[in-house]
Design a binder for this molecule. Structure first.
Ligand SMILES: Nc1ncnc2c1ncn2[C@@H]1O[C@H](COP(=O)(O)OP(=O)(O)OP(=O)(O)O)[C@@H](O)[C@H]1O
Ligand SMILES: [Mg+2]
Length: 265
């Protein structure tokens, strides 16, 4: 098992942000964590990274039970985490190549001397994600789409068992988004691919490779299971509390609102 959350709850400033979360991820599954703004998606990810600890419940990630095993460095190297909240911490003067290289040490900035092998690997990843052209450009100077690619390459440097992508298409235009999704699809299709958790609030960007979906609503699991069942018109209408229609094209879901007689929500 890759991940197991058992009755996990999280309280912050007197408010329950997450309540009774049960979630099991097995090897060979790729999951979407879907939720509206404020549903608690990032709160869950921060638990998985051991940045925060649950108020109640048990978390086991990659065979390590939180609270029982020393987690810090060991866990961080096995989990590749791509999130806009991390981006702000990068030294803007580092170039893309250095940012990717630092992923080998699960550190922000380069403090250790990379080996030739690490350098080769960083170059290969930059190529794989289509960032070789701007490998020497300062991270600060990169566009949002370019930064996301560099971040994913960085996350793959340590060959993680679990890759978490927190809204990776944020701020990307249609073309950049589709290109990034293509890269993610390639990563998922590779032999020895990491288990991927893709966090989003956009139905349209859920790739067919994500065979499982967890619908999170107001800090609770609304439903979890096979993506096609989770993304049915009926399920999502109840989830949104709004009549919606889901159509499928090339194995991807498209969401539209059903116009009610009065035309109001
Ligand atoms: N330290 C905190 N104290 C109080 N409330 C918090 C704290 N951290 C998060 N919250 C609240 O918990 C809820 C869930 O936040 P979270 O960031 O997990 O949402 P999200 O699903 O990631 O949303 P988005 O799609 O906007 O990123 C929000 O209402 C947020 O304001
Ligand atoms: Mg979030």
């Amino acid at each position: 098992m890759v991940l197991h959350l058992e009755d996990v709850s999280l309280k912050r400033e007197g408010k329950w942000i997450l309540q009774h979360i049960n979630w099991k991820i097995n090897q060979g599954e790729h999951w979407v964590l879907f939720g509206l703004n404020g549903a608690g998606k990032t709160a869950i990810l921060n638990l998985l990274n051991a940045y925060n600890f649950p108020t109640k419940g048990k978390i086991t990630v990659l065979g390590m039970e939180f609270g029982k095993t020393y987690l810090g460095e060991k866990l961080r190297k096995q989990i590749g985490f791509v999130s806009s909240s991390i981006q702000e911490k990068f030294y803007p003067s580092d170039n893309a190549f250095e940012v990717v290289l630092s992923g080998a040490f699960a550190s922000i900035g380069l403090y250790e001397t990379p080996t030739d092998e690490m350098r080769k690997k960083a170059i290969a990843l930059l190529e794989e994600l289509g960032c070789h052209e701007y490998a020497n450009r300062r991270y600060e100077a990169l566009s949002q789409g370019e930064r996301q690619r560099v971040q994913i390459a960085r996350a793959l440097m340590a060959e993680p068992s679990l890759l978490i992508l927190d809204e990776p298409t944020n701020g990307l235009d249609f073309i950049a988004r589709e290109k990034l999704l293509e890269s993610i699809e390639k990563i998922a299709a590779k032999r020895n691919a990491p288990t991927i958790i893709y966090v989003t609030h956009h139905i349209e960007e859920i790739l067919p490779v994500f065979n499982k979906t967890l619908l999170l609503k107001e800090g609770q699991v609304f439903a979890a299971g096979n993506t096609h069942e989770m993304l049915s018109s009926e399920q999502l209408s109840t989830y949104f509390d709004l009549p919606v229609h889901v159509s499928w094209q090339n194995n991807r879901a498209l969401l539209s609102k059903i116009q009610t007689v009065s035309g109001t929500m």
